[in-house]
Design a binder for this molecule. Structure first.
Ligand code: TXA
Ligand code: MG
Length: 331
């Protein structure tokens, strides 16, 4: 834990401008930022996270007019989405301009952009005056951080500063959509902190591209959607009801949206919301998984969330935490 944690926006901005790595709070999760237009700085992000370079980064902006520097065009539906939901937990994939380094986009002809809804993050971006490429500030494949302490624990040695903006309000990564033109469908590439229902109320039906079982790098529409991701080190199983508990495990940890009748079969339990509120559940999701991971249990039993609103993003994260994949994808 060698790096500095603080709230000094000017210091953080000058570090970014100098090509250094700065982790910062957003409303979704903490990001690990570098000047998006400086390929050497961006290379440092991939190195610190041990992230494969086929997995492109999101570029964060503070003002709508920064978009024109980064993208060739903003189709009408993308404009509507940005005007309605930015700043906020929505990332929009658009045709990129050549100014965006290939390393940021993993050689794709598109770039993912978002304006975070966090006062400190916006001040950082404005003061640095550069778009900031930032994946979640965790080693590749692990649980996303929702506090400065999580970042320090996992990546403290490798980064120059952590801008501490408290606990992330949304708690799950942004929803990623792709809008390439005014004709084709709006594609939902990753469910996240903005519910699909809200997006559809704004631009009509969105389509979900099929996921290949074993994605090879460039074949994925959202290369970051690898089967094994967002994972604790303890094995995790997803169940629909707790009558179907995994056999053989002595010590079980429970992750559940709302309280259950018989909690005594679990060594540790995390109830995300007494009233079953999915926003509250998302806000506490990664912290709860982290506590269960540290609770010395043999297995984490996670109850599936209702398949609506933010429940879809949480179920997506659970299925990626649970899947057992061997080979190069299981990092
Ligand atoms: O909430 C968030 O989105 C956080 C905060 C820090 O902003 N960031 C985040 O970044 O979750 P990351 O790198 O963990 O996830 C980025 C996702 C990946 O699934 C990646 O494949 C996808 O966005 N992505 C990035 N650029 C893309 C592109 N050009 N086309 C398709 N997918 C893209
Ligand atoms: Mg991530």
């Amino acid at each position: 834990m060698a790096c500095l944690i603080g709230t000094d926006v000017s210091l953080a901005a000058s570090l970014l401008k100098a090509g250094k790595l700065v982790a910062f709070a957003t409303e979704t999760v903490y990001g690990l930022g570098a000047d998006a237009l400086n390929p050497t700085a961006v290379a440092g992000v991939f190195r610190a996270k041990n992230r494969p370079t086929f997995d492109p980064l999101i570029v964060h902006i503070a003002e709508m007019d920064w978009l024109d520097r980064l993208v060739e065009s903003v189709p009408d539906r993308a404009k509507r989405l940005a005007e309605r939901f930015w700043p906020g937990p929505l990332t929009i994939v658009l045709p990129k301009r050549t100014i965006v380094p290939d390393l940021v986009t993993s050689g794709l002809s598109t770039v993912a952009v978002r304006m975070p809804d966090h006062a400190l993050a916006l001040r950082l971006l404005r003061e640095a005056g550069v778009p900031v490429a930032a994946p979640s500030a965790n080693p590749f494949g692990r649980l996303s951080p929702t506090t400065a302490a999580h970042v320090a624990e996992m990546l403290g040695e490798q980064i120059d500063y952590i801008l501490d903006g408290g606990s992330c309000r949304v708690g799950v990564e942004s929803t990623v959509v792709q809008v390439l033109d005014d004709i084709g469908p709006v594609l939902l590439l990753r469910p996240g902190g903005l519910a699909q229902e809200e997006i559809e109320a704004c631009v009509g039906r969105v389509e979900t591209p099929p996921e290949t079982a074993h994605p090879s790098a460039q074949a994925q529409p959202a290369p970051g959607m690898l089967p094994r991701h967002y994972a604790p080190s303890t094995p995790l199983v997803v169940v629909d009801c707790i009558n179907s508990l995994p056999a053989g495990a002595e010590r079980r940890g429970l992750l559940t949206l709302s309280p259950i009748a018989d909690g005594s079969r679990f060594t540790a339990a995390e109830v995300l919301s007494a009233s079953g509120d999915l926003s509250k559940a998302a806000a506490g999701f990664f912290s709860a998984l982290r506590r269960l991971d540290a609770a010395d249990v043999d297995v984490i039993v996670a109850m599936r969330f209702p398949d609506e609103g933010l429940g879809r993003a949480l179920n997506d994260r659970l299925s990626r935490a649970a899947e057992k994949v061997t080979g190069p994808d299981s990092v």
